[in-house]
Design a protein around this ligand. Structure first.
Ligand code: NAD
Length: 368
Protein backbone atom coordinates (compact mmCIF):
# COMPACT_ATOMS: atom_id res chain seq x y z
CA UNK A 1 0.00 0.00 0.00
CA UNK A 2 1.32 3.46 -0.90
CA UNK A 3 1.98 6.03 1.82
CA UNK A 4 0.04 9.24 1.19
CA UNK A 5 2.21 12.29 1.76
CA UNK A 6 1.07 15.89 1.44
CA UNK A 7 3.86 18.32 0.53
CA UNK A 8 3.37 21.98 1.47
CA UNK A 9 6.48 23.84 0.22
CA UNK A 10 5.41 27.36 1.30
CA UNK A 11 7.70 30.35 0.83
CA UNK A 12 11.34 31.40 0.53
CA UNK A 13 13.68 28.42 0.77
CA UNK A 14 10.72 26.15 1.68
CA UNK A 15 10.20 24.98 -1.93
CA UNK A 16 13.97 24.60 -2.47
CA UNK A 17 14.57 22.30 0.47
CA UNK A 18 11.33 20.39 0.03
CA UNK A 19 11.98 19.74 -3.66
CA UNK A 20 15.30 18.23 -2.72
CA UNK A 21 13.67 16.14 -0.02
CA UNK A 22 11.34 14.85 -2.71
CA UNK A 23 14.42 13.55 -4.58
CA UNK A 24 15.47 11.64 -1.45
CA UNK A 25 11.94 10.29 -1.14
CA UNK A 26 12.29 9.06 -4.73
CA UNK A 27 15.48 7.24 -3.76
CA UNK A 28 13.65 5.36 -1.00
CA UNK A 29 10.83 4.56 -3.39
CA UNK A 30 13.28 3.08 -5.90
CA UNK A 31 15.61 1.31 -3.52
CA UNK A 32 13.77 0.37 -0.34
CA UNK A 33 10.61 -1.29 -1.44
CA UNK A 34 8.22 1.45 -0.42
CA UNK A 35 5.65 3.38 -2.41
CA UNK A 36 4.59 6.98 -1.95
CA UNK A 37 1.74 8.95 -3.39
CA UNK A 38 2.53 12.62 -3.05
CA UNK A 39 0.39 15.65 -3.56
CA UNK A 40 1.26 19.34 -3.20
CA UNK A 41 -0.84 22.04 -1.59
CA UNK A 42 -0.44 25.77 -1.04
CA UNK A 43 0.18 27.26 2.39
CA UNK A 44 1.49 30.55 3.75
CA UNK A 45 2.38 33.59 1.65
CA UNK A 46 2.11 31.81 -1.68
CA UNK A 47 -1.39 30.62 -0.72
CA UNK A 48 -2.35 34.18 0.17
CA UNK A 49 -1.08 35.40 -3.21
CA UNK A 50 -2.83 32.73 -5.25
CA UNK A 51 -5.93 31.90 -3.19
CA UNK A 52 -6.41 34.97 -0.97
CA UNK A 53 -5.78 33.11 2.31
CA UNK A 54 -2.63 31.72 3.99
CA UNK A 55 -4.67 28.81 5.41
CA UNK A 56 -6.79 27.37 2.55
CA UNK A 57 -9.51 24.94 3.63
CA UNK A 58 -8.58 22.50 0.85
CA UNK A 59 -5.00 22.29 2.14
CA UNK A 60 -6.23 21.54 5.66
CA UNK A 61 -8.64 18.89 4.33
CA UNK A 62 -5.87 17.20 2.33
CA UNK A 63 -3.56 17.28 5.35
CA UNK A 64 -6.16 15.46 7.45
CA UNK A 65 -6.39 12.68 4.87
CA UNK A 66 -2.63 12.20 4.41
CA UNK A 67 -0.46 9.77 6.37
CA UNK A 68 1.85 12.73 6.99
CA UNK A 69 2.51 16.31 5.91
CA UNK A 70 5.99 17.40 4.84
CA UNK A 71 6.16 21.14 5.37
CA UNK A 72 8.78 23.56 3.98
CA UNK A 73 8.62 27.03 5.56
CA UNK A 74 6.39 30.09 5.39
CA UNK A 75 6.78 33.84 5.62
CA UNK A 76 8.89 36.65 4.26
CA UNK A 77 9.13 40.44 4.06
CA UNK A 78 6.63 40.57 1.19
CA UNK A 79 3.81 39.68 3.61
CA UNK A 80 5.07 41.49 6.74
CA UNK A 81 2.55 44.32 6.50
CA UNK A 82 -0.53 42.10 6.15
CA UNK A 83 -3.04 42.04 9.01
CA UNK A 84 -2.46 39.34 11.64
CA UNK A 85 -5.13 36.97 10.27
CA UNK A 86 -3.61 37.03 6.76
CA UNK A 87 0.00 36.46 7.74
CA UNK A 88 1.70 33.38 6.25
CA UNK A 89 2.36 31.90 9.72
CA UNK A 90 -1.42 31.52 10.17
CA UNK A 91 -1.25 28.60 7.76
CA UNK A 92 1.11 26.64 9.97
CA UNK A 93 -0.76 27.51 13.17
CA UNK A 94 -4.07 26.37 11.63
CA UNK A 95 -2.53 23.10 10.46
CA UNK A 96 -1.22 22.42 13.97
CA UNK A 97 -4.57 23.32 15.54
CA UNK A 98 -6.93 21.58 13.10
CA UNK A 99 -4.84 18.42 13.02
CA UNK A 100 -4.62 18.41 16.84
CA UNK A 101 -0.81 18.23 16.76
CA UNK A 102 -0.16 18.54 20.48
CA UNK A 103 3.29 16.93 20.65
CA UNK A 104 6.26 18.70 19.13
CA UNK A 105 9.41 16.59 18.88
CA UNK A 106 12.66 18.47 18.42
CA UNK A 107 15.86 16.45 18.42
CA UNK A 108 19.10 18.29 19.11
CA UNK A 109 21.76 16.08 17.58
CA UNK A 110 25.35 17.10 17.08
CA UNK A 111 26.98 15.31 14.17
CA UNK A 112 30.56 14.54 15.05
CA UNK A 113 31.85 16.34 11.96
CA UNK A 114 30.17 19.56 13.13
CA UNK A 115 31.22 19.58 16.77
CA UNK A 116 33.56 22.52 16.14
CA UNK A 117 30.69 24.60 14.72
CA UNK A 118 28.93 24.79 18.09
CA UNK A 119 29.33 27.81 20.33
CA UNK A 120 30.15 25.34 23.14
CA UNK A 121 33.39 23.42 23.55
CA UNK A 122 33.53 20.40 21.20
CA UNK A 123 33.82 17.92 24.08
CA UNK A 124 30.55 19.22 25.56
CA UNK A 125 28.57 18.64 22.37
CA UNK A 126 30.29 15.75 20.55
CA UNK A 127 27.80 12.90 20.35
CA UNK A 128 24.95 15.05 21.74
CA UNK A 129 21.55 13.43 21.17
CA UNK A 130 18.67 15.02 23.06
CA UNK A 131 14.98 14.84 22.20
CA UNK A 132 12.81 17.70 23.43
CA UNK A 133 9.10 16.93 23.61
CA UNK A 134 7.16 20.18 23.79
CA UNK A 135 3.42 20.48 24.46
CA UNK A 136 2.20 22.46 21.47
CA UNK A 137 -1.49 23.26 21.68
CA UNK A 138 -2.04 24.39 25.29
CA UNK A 139 -0.47 26.60 27.92
CA UNK A 140 0.08 30.32 27.92
CA UNK A 141 -0.01 30.76 24.13
CA UNK A 142 -3.65 29.71 24.01
CA UNK A 143 -5.06 30.20 27.55
CA UNK A 144 -7.96 32.61 28.10
CA UNK A 145 -8.26 35.40 29.06
CA UNK A 146 -5.68 36.74 26.67
CA UNK A 147 -6.21 40.44 26.32
CA UNK A 148 -5.04 44.00 26.72
CA UNK A 149 -7.53 46.18 28.60
CA UNK A 150 -7.60 49.86 29.46
CA UNK A 151 -7.44 50.82 33.14
CA UNK A 152 -9.37 53.77 34.58
CA UNK A 153 -6.12 55.68 35.13
CA UNK A 154 -5.29 55.45 31.39
CA UNK A 155 -2.72 52.67 31.70
CA UNK A 156 -3.13 49.41 29.84
CA UNK A 157 -3.12 45.92 31.38
CA UNK A 158 -2.04 42.81 29.46
CA UNK A 159 -2.98 39.29 30.52
CA UNK A 160 -1.84 35.90 29.19
CA UNK A 161 -3.14 32.81 30.94
CA UNK A 162 -1.06 29.70 31.64
CA UNK A 163 -3.50 26.83 31.85
CA UNK A 164 -3.15 23.02 31.69
CA UNK A 165 -5.57 20.19 32.40
CA UNK A 166 -4.70 16.69 33.63
CA UNK A 167 -5.58 15.23 30.23
CA UNK A 168 -3.26 17.61 28.36
CA UNK A 169 -0.35 16.80 30.66
CA UNK A 170 -1.01 13.05 30.64
CA UNK A 171 -1.00 12.74 26.87
CA UNK A 172 2.24 14.70 26.36
CA UNK A 173 3.88 12.77 29.22
CA UNK A 174 2.94 9.48 27.54
CA UNK A 175 4.55 10.59 24.27
CA UNK A 176 7.77 11.42 26.12
CA UNK A 177 7.85 8.15 28.07
CA UNK A 178 7.13 6.07 24.97
CA UNK A 179 9.93 7.79 23.06
CA UNK A 180 12.32 7.33 25.98
CA UNK A 181 11.70 3.58 25.76
CA UNK A 182 13.02 3.68 22.19
CA UNK A 183 16.10 5.66 23.24
CA UNK A 184 18.04 5.95 26.50
CA UNK A 185 15.13 5.18 28.86
CA UNK A 186 15.27 8.53 30.70
CA UNK A 187 12.84 11.47 30.87
CA UNK A 188 13.53 14.81 32.52
CA UNK A 189 10.45 16.98 33.04
CA UNK A 190 10.99 20.75 33.12
CA UNK A 191 8.47 22.87 34.98
CA UNK A 192 8.31 25.72 37.50
CA UNK A 193 6.60 23.97 40.39
CA UNK A 194 8.22 26.39 42.84
CA UNK A 195 6.26 29.46 41.65
CA UNK A 196 3.49 28.30 39.30
CA UNK A 197 0.48 26.17 40.21
CA UNK A 198 0.40 24.87 36.63
CA UNK A 199 3.91 23.63 37.38
CA UNK A 200 2.70 21.88 40.54
CA UNK A 201 0.01 20.03 38.59
CA UNK A 202 2.42 19.30 35.73
CA UNK A 203 4.90 17.64 38.10
CA UNK A 204 2.17 15.64 39.90
CA UNK A 205 0.63 14.33 36.68
CA UNK A 206 3.92 13.45 34.93
CA UNK A 207 5.05 11.64 38.10
CA UNK A 208 1.78 9.69 38.31
CA UNK A 209 1.86 8.65 34.62
CA UNK A 210 5.48 7.57 34.97
CA UNK A 211 4.90 5.53 38.13
CA UNK A 212 1.76 3.82 36.86
CA UNK A 213 2.46 3.20 33.17
CA UNK A 214 6.22 3.52 32.65
CA UNK A 215 8.00 2.25 35.77
CA UNK A 216 10.88 1.10 33.54
CA UNK A 217 11.66 4.69 32.44
CA UNK A 218 13.75 6.79 34.81
CA UNK A 219 11.98 10.09 35.52
CA UNK A 220 13.63 13.20 36.97
CA UNK A 221 12.37 16.77 37.33
CA UNK A 222 14.21 20.06 36.91
CA UNK A 223 13.09 23.65 37.26
CA UNK A 224 12.87 25.13 33.77
CA UNK A 225 15.34 27.92 34.53
CA UNK A 226 17.84 25.43 35.95
CA UNK A 227 17.46 23.37 32.80
CA UNK A 228 18.27 26.44 30.66
CA UNK A 229 21.54 26.60 32.57
CA UNK A 230 22.26 22.86 32.48
CA UNK A 231 21.72 22.77 28.71
CA UNK A 232 24.78 24.94 28.20
CA UNK A 233 26.73 23.50 31.12
CA UNK A 234 26.36 19.77 30.56
CA UNK A 235 23.83 19.05 27.77
CA UNK A 236 24.74 15.37 27.39
CA UNK A 237 23.15 14.55 30.79
CA UNK A 238 19.71 14.63 29.07
CA UNK A 239 17.94 11.97 27.01
CA UNK A 240 14.27 12.98 26.57
CA UNK A 241 13.06 16.32 27.95
CA UNK A 242 9.32 16.94 28.34
CA UNK A 243 7.99 20.40 28.95
CA UNK A 244 5.14 22.81 28.32
CA UNK A 245 4.54 25.08 25.34
CA UNK A 246 6.34 28.20 26.58
CA UNK A 247 9.36 26.55 28.22
CA UNK A 248 9.59 24.14 25.29
CA UNK A 249 9.72 27.01 22.83
CA UNK A 250 12.66 28.56 24.64
CA UNK A 251 14.56 25.43 25.68
CA UNK A 252 14.34 23.82 22.23
CA UNK A 253 15.77 26.93 20.57
CA UNK A 254 18.57 26.94 23.11
CA UNK A 255 19.26 23.25 22.47
CA UNK A 256 19.18 23.87 18.70
CA UNK A 257 21.94 26.40 19.01
CA UNK A 258 24.18 23.82 20.70
CA UNK A 259 24.36 21.90 17.48
CA UNK A 260 25.67 24.68 15.25
CA UNK A 261 23.17 25.55 12.55
CA UNK A 262 19.47 26.03 12.06
CA UNK A 263 19.86 24.38 8.67
CA UNK A 264 20.55 21.00 10.32
CA UNK A 265 17.56 20.51 12.61
CA UNK A 266 14.34 18.63 11.88
CA UNK A 267 11.11 18.48 13.86
CA UNK A 268 7.91 16.49 14.07
CA UNK A 269 4.48 17.42 15.39
CA UNK A 270 2.19 14.53 16.27
CA UNK A 271 -1.49 14.23 17.13
CA UNK A 272 -3.28 11.62 19.22
CA UNK A 273 -3.67 8.08 17.90
CA UNK A 274 -7.25 7.23 16.93
CA UNK A 275 -8.95 3.89 17.63
CA UNK A 276 -7.24 2.37 14.56
CA UNK A 277 -3.80 3.59 15.63
CA UNK A 278 -3.78 6.31 12.96
CA UNK A 279 -1.93 9.44 14.01
CA UNK A 280 -1.89 12.75 12.13
CA UNK A 281 1.58 14.21 11.80
CA UNK A 282 3.53 17.08 10.31
CA UNK A 283 7.28 17.13 9.68
CA UNK A 284 9.23 20.32 9.09
CA UNK A 285 12.68 21.83 9.42
CA UNK A 286 12.85 24.14 12.43
CA UNK A 287 14.23 27.00 10.34
CA UNK A 288 12.08 29.62 8.65
CA UNK A 289 11.89 30.72 5.03
CA UNK A 290 15.33 32.41 5.11
CA UNK A 291 14.42 35.20 2.69
CA UNK A 292 18.03 36.45 2.76
CA UNK A 293 19.24 33.40 0.82
CA UNK A 294 16.05 32.30 -1.00
CA UNK A 295 16.41 31.58 -4.71
CA UNK A 296 20.21 31.33 -4.60
CA UNK A 297 20.49 27.55 -4.45
CA UNK A 298 22.60 27.68 -1.28
CA UNK A 299 20.09 26.68 1.43
CA UNK A 300 21.05 23.69 3.52
CA UNK A 301 18.52 20.92 2.74
CA UNK A 302 19.60 18.67 5.63
CA UNK A 303 17.01 19.89 8.19
CA UNK A 304 14.23 19.12 5.73
CA UNK A 305 15.76 15.79 4.68
CA UNK A 306 16.15 14.77 8.34
CA UNK A 307 12.50 15.75 8.89
CA UNK A 308 11.67 13.13 6.25
CA UNK A 309 13.80 10.68 8.26
CA UNK A 310 11.60 11.45 11.29
CA UNK A 311 8.55 10.82 9.12
CA UNK A 312 9.97 7.43 8.15
CA UNK A 313 10.52 6.60 11.82
CA UNK A 314 7.39 7.96 13.50
CA UNK A 315 4.64 7.88 10.84
CA UNK A 316 5.68 5.03 8.57
CA UNK A 317 7.27 2.76 11.17
CA UNK A 318 10.45 2.48 9.07
CA UNK A 319 13.05 3.07 11.79
CA UNK A 320 15.77 1.21 9.84
CA UNK A 321 15.29 3.44 6.81
CA UNK A 322 15.34 6.54 9.02
CA UNK A 323 18.64 5.38 10.53
CA UNK A 324 20.04 4.73 7.04
CA UNK A 325 19.22 8.27 5.95
CA UNK A 326 20.71 9.77 9.12
CA UNK A 327 23.85 7.72 8.55
CA UNK A 328 24.09 8.97 4.97
CA UNK A 329 23.96 12.59 6.20
CA UNK A 330 26.63 11.80 8.79
CA UNK A 331 28.83 10.24 6.07
CA UNK A 332 28.54 13.27 3.75
CA UNK A 333 29.48 15.64 6.57
CA UNK A 334 32.39 13.40 7.56
CA UNK A 335 33.53 13.51 3.93
CA UNK A 336 33.83 17.29 4.27
CA UNK A 337 30.88 18.52 2.20
CA UNK A 338 29.30 21.71 3.54
CA UNK A 339 26.63 24.19 2.51
CA UNK A 340 27.68 27.81 3.23
CA UNK A 341 25.86 27.99 6.60
CA UNK A 342 28.02 25.19 8.05
CA UNK A 343 31.19 25.89 6.05
CA UNK A 344 34.47 25.35 7.88
CA UNK A 345 38.09 25.85 6.77
CA UNK A 346 39.42 23.09 4.52
CA UNK A 347 35.97 21.70 3.64
CA UNK A 348 34.25 21.54 0.25
CA UNK A 349 31.56 24.20 -0.21
CA UNK A 350 28.51 23.03 -2.18
CA UNK A 351 24.94 24.21 -2.81
CA UNK A 352 21.53 22.73 -2.01
CA UNK A 353 21.20 20.41 -4.95
CA UNK A 354 24.78 19.09 -4.75
CA UNK A 355 24.35 18.39 -1.01
CA UNK A 356 21.27 16.31 -1.80
CA UNK A 357 23.14 14.51 -4.59
CA UNK A 358 25.95 13.65 -2.15
CA UNK A 359 23.43 12.30 0.37
CA UNK A 360 21.90 10.10 -2.32
CA UNK A 361 25.35 8.86 -3.34
CA UNK A 362 26.06 8.00 0.29
CA UNK A 363 22.73 6.14 0.43
CA UNK A 364 23.78 4.17 -2.66
CA UNK A 365 27.01 3.15 -0.96
CA UNK A 366 25.40 2.34 2.40
CA UNK A 367 22.66 0.16 0.97
CA UNK A 368 25.21 -2.27 -0.51
P1 NAD B 1 15.06 31.86 9.45
O1 NAD B 1 15.15 30.55 10.11
O2 NAD B 1 14.30 31.91 8.18
O3 NAD B 1 16.54 32.41 9.15
C1 NAD B 1 17.47 32.75 10.19
C2 NAD B 1 18.90 32.72 9.61
O4 NAD B 1 19.29 31.37 9.39
C3 NAD B 1 19.00 33.41 8.26
O5 NAD B 1 20.25 34.06 8.17
C4 NAD B 1 18.94 32.29 7.27
O6 NAD B 1 19.62 32.54 6.05
C5 NAD B 1 19.60 31.15 8.04
N1 NAD B 1 19.03 29.85 7.63
C6 NAD B 1 17.82 29.36 8.01
N2 NAD B 1 17.60 28.18 7.44
C7 NAD B 1 18.69 27.91 6.69
C8 NAD B 1 19.06 26.82 5.83
N3 NAD B 1 18.27 25.75 5.64
N4 NAD B 1 20.26 26.90 5.20
C9 NAD B 1 21.06 27.93 5.39
N5 NAD B 1 20.78 29.00 6.18
C10 NAD B 1 19.60 28.98 6.82
O7 NAD B 1 14.44 32.88 10.52
P2 NAD B 1 14.03 34.40 10.34
O8 NAD B 1 15.01 35.10 9.44
O9 NAD B 1 13.80 34.90 11.70
O10 NAD B 1 12.61 34.39 9.62
C11 NAD B 1 12.42 34.52 8.21
C12 NAD B 1 10.95 34.28 7.90
O11 NAD B 1 10.60 32.93 8.21
C13 NAD B 1 9.99 35.16 8.71
O12 NAD B 1 8.93 35.54 7.89
C14 NAD B 1 9.51 34.23 9.82
O13 NAD B 1 8.24 34.60 10.30
C15 NAD B 1 9.47 32.92 9.09
N6 NAD B 1 9.57 31.72 9.95
C16 NAD B 1 8.87 30.64 9.55
C17 NAD B 1 8.98 29.46 10.25
C18 NAD B 1 8.23 28.27 9.76
O14 NAD B 1 7.73 28.29 8.64
N7 NAD B 1 8.13 27.20 10.52
C19 NAD B 1 9.83 29.37 11.37
C20 NAD B 1 10.58 30.49 11.73
C21 NAD B 1 10.45 31.67 11.00
Amino acid sequence: MAYQLLLTPGDGIGPEVLNDTRRVLGWFQQNRNMAFETEEAAIGGIAYDTLGTPEPDETIAKAKKADAVLFGAVGGPKWDTLPFDKKPERGLLRLRKDLGLFANLRPAICFDALKDASSLKPELVAGLDILIVRELTGGVYFGEPKEITKLPDGQQRAVDTQVYTTHEIERIARVAFELARLRGGRVCSAEKNNVMVSGVLWKQVVTAVGAKEFPDVKLTHMLADAMAMQLVRNPKQFDVIVTDNLFGDILSDEAAQLTGSLGMLPSASLGAKDANGRQLALYEPIHGSAPDIAGQGVANPIACILSFAMCLRYSLGRGDDAALLEKAVDRVLADGYRTPDIMQPGMTKIGTSEMTAQIMKALDKLKQ
